[in-house]
Design a binder for this molecule. Structure first.
Ligand code: PLP
Length: 388
């Protein structure tokens, strides 16, 4: 029997692998490496949250939950979103507990896109956005946020990119990789474009709790936007729960029912043990969250100051745990910079172009690592830049 040359579907074969992975793979076998590459907290999940998972196992909660997640957890999510973001969602019909924000983004796109529908993807952005649009049969239309505006997308840029096939705008604020956050006024301008062209906003709010200077506003809380917003969030970042794989998505009932169909066939339900842990986090986790936020804030200030002092211009990001310094003065592109920094100083950063072409000329440095490690990393980067 003759085998086909490849069994892969074209749209899968043509997907580029993540530009982040490459740099982690390159560190294999190297010692004394400091990684500013990872997008996850260096904190361990708070003890009471871990204990809640252990107790759930001891109590024998080892079976599936409802497809949409434990009702108790959905009720706690509804309360949290209402208390902190002033948006009311019905836990029975408008909230789904997912396997991380990653699954939430995936099922949201699959629920709303017909083949060929366009989604405006604001770049630089998290690596999964454009590939997930493609996998859902849609067409990602890249809108490059400009460095002159500290990578905050302008409403006019979105307006210019809208066509009759545009279905949604995908936006993440505070942003990975830039740390930029839209002000309420800037969000209102984006919302105006969405309303004018009858678009949905797929709002990735996973960094909503990691905001250091201003108050946070959810897209769903902007006047008239609740009905056209799909609010994605999760526990990975603010509760230091990346490995538990737990997120959630809030959306109007019709969209939620659509997402739930995909979720029930593909996933069934998120991990039961992780759901009990998250429930404890929502009920009693705010002081831990506040402690972690305080620590990230100090680290942000230190890293931004250090990078600027060594000549790598870096605006002060309002949220998340990333800085995005400009490395153009070194004369290198972002990939060469990251490669040489790794081999010459053993510090991992991620080239800006891993997050879209508009990230070229920048690198992402995560400060989700200890102050001691950050001090040493800044010393090494300074040495590298001085020796160029
Ligand atoms: N959205 C953004 C902007 C992220 O940075 C990440 C992870 O880095 C995710 C979503 C995925 O989060 P989760 O671990 O909840 O799947």
């Amino acid at each position: 029997m003759v085998l086909k040359t490849s069994y892969l579907a074209n749209h899968v074969r043509n997907l580029k692998p993540s530009g982040i992975r490459k740099f982690f793979d390159a560190t294999a076998g190297m010692t004394d490496v400091i990684s500013l590459g990872v997008g996850e907290p260096d904190f361990v999940t708070p003890w009471n949250v871990r204990e809640a998972a252990i107790l759930s196992l001891e109590d024998g909660h080892t079976s599936y939950t409802a497809n949409a997640g434990l009702l108790e957890l959905r009720e706690a999510i509804a309360k949290y979103v209402d208390d902190y973001y002033c948006v009311a969602y019905d836990p029975e019909h408008e909230i789904t507990v997912t396997v991380g924000a990653s699954e939430a983004i995936d099922i949201a796109l699959r629920a709303i896109l017909d083949p060929g529908d366009e989604v405006l993807v604001v770049e630089p952005c998290f690596v999964s956005y454009a590939p997930l649009v493609t996998l859902a049969g849609g067409t990602p239309v890249i809108v490059a946020a400009e460095k002159e505006n500290d990578f905050k997308v302008q409403a006019r840029q979105l307006e210019d990119a809208v066509t009759e096939r545009t279905k949604a705008i995908m936006i993440c604020s505070p942003n990975n990789p830039t740390g930029s956050m839209l002000s309420k006024q800037e969000m209102e301008q984006v919302a105006r474009v969405a309303k004018k062209h009858d678009l949905l906003i797929l709002s990735d709010e996973i960094y909503a709790e990691l905001v250091y200077d201003d108050l946070y506003t959810s897209f769903a809380a902007i006047d008239g936007m609740r009905e056209r917003t799909i609010l994605v969030s999760g526990f990975s970042k603010d509760m230091a729960m990346t490995g538990w794989r737990l997120g959630f998505v809030c959306a109007p009932a019709e969209i939620t029912q659509g997402m739930l169909k995909i979720h029930q066939y593909a996933i069934m339900c998120a991990s039961t043990m992780a759901q009990y842990a998250a429930l404890e986090g929502l009920r009693n986790g705010r002081s831990d969250m506040a402690e972690m936020r305080k620590s990230y804030r100090l680290r942000r200030n230190f890293v931004v100051e250090s990078l600027n002092e060594m000549g790598l211009a870096c605006y002060k990001p309002e949220g998340a745990f990333y800085t995005f310094p400009n490395i153009e003065l070194t004369g290198m592109d972002s990939e060469s910079f990251a490669t040489r920094l790794l081999h010459e100083e053993r510090v991992v950063v991620v080239p800006g172009n891993a997050f879209g072409d508009s990230g070229e000329g920048y690198v992402r440095c995560s400060y989700a690592t200890s102050m001691g490690q950050l001090r040493e990393a800044m010393k090494r980067i300074h040495h590298f830049v001085d020796n160029l």
